[in-house]
Design a protein around this ligand. Structure first.
Ligand SMILES: [Zn+2]
Length: 365
């Protein structure tokens, strides 16, 4: 996540803190300092730091469980609203997804009970006033952990409860249908939360909007992921594509542009290996201040992102999404161009899958 700093590594996962979290700490400290003096400020900051240590432990509940199922977890980021662990993927087996989702809230429940045991007895009324500095830190932390566990079990993406629901539904009706149903239930909960927010805590309204948007995004992403499961790059690539030789001029490239409906063109060297990618927009922009005889090599984007024919389509999709590349060149074993993978084709595949969920794509190579 941008705007975050790495503060260390725990068990091979980078722990990062988002800049807004540091600002939040400063704000908590400064406002308490003005109101109640230095002692209260220190206690408030300490409370928040301890609370976020609990959030971090919660995330490591997810991370260590995911790792048991072979899922890599490169980093976890702390934000003022909680922690975000970046799992490389969601385990496909619903039982594993369920275990990973439950592991986070389970950690908070264990911490809460450990704190209650340590303190002897904690009065339930005390645990509810987690923002009252006069109440003991242990009681407040215990209350906050119980709140974290319950809040995270709201059955809506991106809460852990949404994952729990998704895993349970997958066992009943398969992954694709489960995602749609879970997303609908999640959005239903967002409405209920938002309604409660209108009449009570405005914070709930923000959470409701957040949940609503996340549920919609998750449904889309998950549908895409499940549609490409088991597919390879060669199943999805465009094969009827025009390419442009590296040594031609801008004028020649314009001829190819006009002759085809394509917007992205692989530029090939003498061995038919991709040397770059020419974008329609770049070509038009270049014509404004360059003569038509200018070499193409000055305008194309290089190096060009490439994928192998047999590469996993999900991996290629991640490259298309993360790298901001408009298209990927598909190459054979010799490194020569075999096809092009674009967002448009992926979108077309999705439309076909949503019209006929059990459609199987023909191998195009
Ligand atoms: Zn969680």
């Amino acid at each position: 996540m941008p705007w975050s700093v790495t503060i260390g590594r725990i068990a091979g996962t980078a722990v990062r803190i988002h800049i807004t979290f540091i600002l939040f700490l400063v704000w908590i400290g400064a406002s308490a300092l003005r109101r109640d003096g230095g002692d209260a400020a220190l206690r408030n900051v300490l409370f928040i730091v301890l609370l976020f240590a609990c959030v971090l432990l919660h995330e490591f509940g997810h991370i260590l469980t995911a790792r048991r199922f072979g899922v890599k977890t490169p980093e976890v980021t702390l934000l003022p609203i909680g922690g975000v662990a970046s799992l490389e993927r969601i385990p496909e087996k619903p039982g594993q997804e369920l275990a990973v989702a439950l592991a986070g809230p389970a950690v908070n429940i264990v911490i809460a009970f450990a704190l209650i045991l340590a303190a002897g007895a904690v009065i339930p009324q005390e645990m509810q006033k987690i923002d009252d500095p006069r109440i003991s830190m242990v009681a407040r932390l215990a209350g906050a952990n119980l709140f974290l566990a319950i809040f995270n079990l709201i059955p809506a993406f991106p809460m852990d409860g949404g994952r729990v629901l998704h895993a349970l539904l997958t066992m009943k009706m398969g992954p694709q249908r489960a995602t749609q149903v879970a997303a609908h239930i999640g959005q239903g909960f967002a409405f209920v939360l938002g309604f409660a927010g209108l009449f009570g805590n405005p914070m709930l309204l923000f959470i409701a909007i957040f949940v609503y948007v996340a549920a919609a995004g998750e449904a889309q992403d998950s549908a895409l992921r499940s549609a490409v499961t088991g597919l390879r790059v060669m199943d999805a690539m465009e094969t009827r594509i025009a390419s442009i030789p590296l040594e031609v001029s801008l004028g020649d490239a314009v001829d190819v542009l006009l002759a085809t409906p394509q917007h992205e063109f692989p530029v090939l060297d003498g061995h038919r290996k991709p040397a770059g990618l020419l974008m329609r927009g770049d070509l038009i922009a270049a014509l404004r201040d360059r003569p038509r005889e200018s070499p193409l090599a000055e305008v194309m984007r290089a190096p060009v992102p490439t994928v192998r024919l047999s590469q996993d389509l999900g991996e290629a999709m991640t490259m298309l999404g993360a790298g901001g590349a408009p298209a990927l060149c598909v190459v054979d074993e010799a490194g020569a161009l075999a096809g092009l993978l674009t967002r448009e084709t992926m979108a077309e595949m999705m439309m076909i899958k949503s019209a006929q969920p059990d459609w199987t794509f023909k191998r195009r190579w």
